[in-house]
Design a protein around this ligand. Structure first.
Ligand SMILES: CCCCC/C=C\C/C=C\C/C=C\C=C\C(=O)SCCNC(=O)CCNC(=O)[C@H](O)C(C)(C)COP(=O)(O)OP(=O)(O)OC[C@H]1O[C@@H](n2cnc3c(N)ncnc32)[C@H](O)[C@@H]1OP(=O)(O)O
Ligand SMILES: Cc1cc2nc3c(=O)[nH]c(=O)nc-3n(C[C@H](O)[C@H](O)[C@H](O)COP(=O)(O)OP(=O)(O)OC[C@H]3O[C@@H](n4cnc5c(N)ncnc54)[C@H](O)[C@@H]3O)c2cc1C
Length: 607
């Protein structure tokens, strides 16, 4: 019935101040809507083209180009990936050859695989590209640099001479990512003035002399680092949207369990449903908190870079790459699990989940393939361990590796299930697991004469060690978040339950790591699972309130299953009836194709 809150009985169970918990999620909806609304209109303008100009252009170049981009006088595309190379940026083939006679760069796509491929907005709408190309001077290759190239006339939007542009075609499913014109671009000896090479980091003089960067060359990757930390925030929103839908629907849906005419059981009360749903609820909160930490760490990096302090750049790269990888994988898999948690109706477009999944899952690929990103983390961990011998004391997110010797002797002293509720007990177990996995990789690497060969051979183990390291970061930041003052009746307690669910769910899921590294005993692993089940019972009465705290409107969720009022069945039916297929009783083509078959005479009882 309209106007009735079918979930009121659930909301009345809340044991904490929902209004305060909403503060945790403040800003989610508008940031997400802004990005996804805006970026569908104009490439990745707010996310990549403008940040890249800020990161790689001189002050003078910024003065020239940023006002145009900010006022939408030009529409830019971050044009890096090619048909043949995406992950391997140093393998890009597009060339930018300096012509001293005319003081220009000539951009060219020497091979088919040099075709720019995927850049958002490139296909139809972008007027300019921030094109990444190999800088060539006097036949010498100086590697990949950024160049601003006009692609289309600002008068009639037609492509300029030497520029061949197209859209790369439909993408995964009918998802909303098809509103993004990811494009292809071939340069055929396109000339641009020398001052359109972004020269903040390195320069080319009028005489054609290359002036290398006096800062780490990786700063040219800065836009990717910037977006990766934003993607972690994005992951918390995408996952929380799916969890909100599936939690509300799980409280509405009843199936089996009726006795003597009693209502059937709410599926949210099945332990299997809780064991699948509540870790995702906890993960949404965990990713939210680690994204807050990562954003503050990134802002600190920017301040340091301003002061030419590059000390935290390697850690910032490892954290943004690793957390981007872990959180997008959790969110993408979690959205799919939320679809399954809603049974058949989760597969309806009106559930909002197929669309959310189709739009979200490329996050595991763009801005750095998730495995390639974890290998970057592994590289950083192995380097950190290799420097221990020289007395280098790791700090920050690798500080625990400075206690590797001690952690190698660690054994959990958990005796009772409730011991797993102690933050220090959890952190020690996660630190020991991560340290032992990394140390084991380092030990095995040392057996190889060629470290690169070893790295390749052990890359699957290295990815697992990197995963353990990143999960330790997320668990630690959740714990640190709760060490802050958090107002509101019951809020901190509820977040404590979610923190324990997040950590113990990971421990249970990766129990093989904890046992094979001898950090815990099978009995202690059993006790962790016992405690997990008890935690699910504690979170159950607060589940609806915890997803209400996301503060998503029905419009934002665009899901019949996730409606605030839980009035699902009438709305499911109403929504289905909007489908054009239901405009007529007899389907198109019936008379031409089906009816003749039905009218065919039977021959000896057979058609
Ligand atoms: C609500 C808000 C919404 C937020 C937004 C959400 C989503 C929307 C955003 C985007 C989606 C739409 C568009 C997508 C755009 C794109 O995908 S743009 C293209 C992205 N492409 C990539 O990410 C490519 C990935 N590849 C790389 O980054 C590099 O090729 C790679 C790092 C893998 C290798 O680089 P390479 O130069 O070969 O380095 P090495 O592996 O040899 O390492 C050398 C040393 O450099 C260090 N290093 C590498 N990268 C960085 C870095 N970025 N910063 C700092 N340092 C770096 C590396 O650790 C090595 O150091 P040591 O020598 O070991 O000390
Ligand atoms: C929706 C979407 C939007 C995008 N938007 C843009 C954009 O605006 N601008 C832009 O420039 N690009 C964009 N991209 C491209 C994107 O950045 C690349 O696709 C991404 O970086 C992955 O690179 P790749 O395609 O070369 O994957 P590959 O690296 O070819 O991955 C293929 C497989 O190889 C594996 N692999 C690769 N290297 C290694 C290794 N060293 N060790 C182990 N395994 C490895 C990967 O793990 C993966 O399993 C977009 C992509 C998508 C899907």
């Amino acid at each position: 019935m309209e106007g009735v809150d079918h979930l009121a009985h659930e909301r009345n169970k809340a044991q904490f101040d929902v209004a305060v918990m909403k503060a945790v999620w403040a800003g989610s909806r508008d940031a997400y809507e802004l990005f996804h609304r805006f970026s569908r209109l104009v490439a990745n303008d707010p996310e990549m083209f403008i940040p890249a100009i800020k990161a790689q252009a001189t002050e003078e170049q910024q003065k020239q180009w940023l006002p145009l981009a900010n006022k939408m006088k030009i529409i830019g595309s971050y044009t890096q990936t090619e048909l043949g190379h995406g992950s391997n940026v140093r393998g890009l083939e597009t060339t930018a050859t300096f012509d001293p006679k005319t003081d220009e760069f000539v951009l060219n796509s020497p091979t088919l695989t040099a075709t720019k491929w995927w850049p958002g907005g490139l296909g139809k709408i972008a007027t300019h590209a921030l094109a990444h190309a190999r800088l060539i001077i006097d036949d010498k290759d100086y590697g990949v640099h950024g160049f601003l190239v006009q692609l289309r006339s600002l008068d009639d939007h037609l492509t300029l001479p030497g520029i061949t542009i197209g859209d790369i075609g439909m993408k995964y499913g009918s998802g909303a990512y098809n509103t993004m014109d990811n494009g292809s671009l071939i340069f055929d000896h396109v000339r641009i003035p020398r001052n359109q090479m972004l020269m903040r980091l390195s320069q080319v003089t009028r005489e054609g002399k290359y002036v290398p960067s006096n800062v780490p060359r990786q700063l040219s990757y800065g836009t990717m680092v910037y977006v990766r930390q934003k993607i972690v925030f994005d992951a918390s929103i995408a996952l929380s949207r799916a969890v909100c839908i599936s939690t509300r629907y799980s409280a509405v849906r009843r199936q089996f369990g009726s006795h003597n005419g009693s209502p059937e059981t709410q599926v949210i009360d099945y332990k299997t449903q809780q064991a699948r749903l509540f870790p995702l609820l906890a993960s949404a909160y965990a990713i939210r908190f680690v994204s807050e930490w990562l954003n503050s760490f990134y802002k600190d990096l920017l301040q340091r870079l301003e002061a030419k302090d590059f000390s935290t750049l390697p850690e910032a790269h490892a954290c943004t790459a690793g957390l981007k990888s872990i959180t997008t994988s959790v969110a993408a898999d979690g959205i799919e699990e939320c679809r399954k948690l809603c049974g058949g109706h989760g597969y309806l477009t009106s559930s909002g989940l197929p669309e959310l999944s189709a739009v979200y899952i490329p996050a595991c690929t763009y801005e750095g393939d998730n495995v390639v990103m974890l290998l970057q983390v592994a590289r950083y961990l192995m380097k950190t361990i290799s420097q221990l011998k020289s007395g280098n004391k790791p700090v920050g997110t690798t500080a625990y590796l400075g206690r590797a010797e001690q952690l190698m002797q660690y054994h959990s002293d958990v005796l009772r299930a409730e011991d797993w509720l102690k933050p220090n007990v959890v952190v020690e177990a996660f630190e020991a697991r991560a340290a032992r996995m990394s140390m084991a990789c380092a030990q095995n690497l040392s057996k190889f004469n060629n470290p690169e060969d070893g790295f390749q051979e052990l890359s699957a183990d290295l990815v697992e060690a990197a995963t353990a390291h990143c999960q330790l970061i997320i668990v630690s930041k959740f714990i640190e978040k709760l060490q802050q003052d958090i107002p509101g009746k019951g809020v901190k307690e509820q977040l404590g339950v979610l923190r324990s669910i997040y950590a113990l769910f990971l421990l249970h899921k990766h129990i093989g790591d904890f046992l094979s590294t001898d950090c815990i005993t099978p009995k202690q692993g059993y006790l962790a699972n016992e405690q997990l089940r008890s935690l699910y019972s504690q979170v159950r009465p607060n589940a609806i309130a915890l997803v209400d705290a996301f503060n998503y409107t029905d419009h934002f969720l665009s899901s019949v299953l996730g409606r605030y009022d839980g009035n699902v069945y009438p709305k499911l039916y109403e929504e289905a009836w909007k489908d054009p297929l239901n405009d007529t009783s007899i389907p198109d083509g019936f008379h031409e194709y089906v009816q003749p078959m039905l009218k065919q005479p039977l021959h000896h009882g057979r058609l």
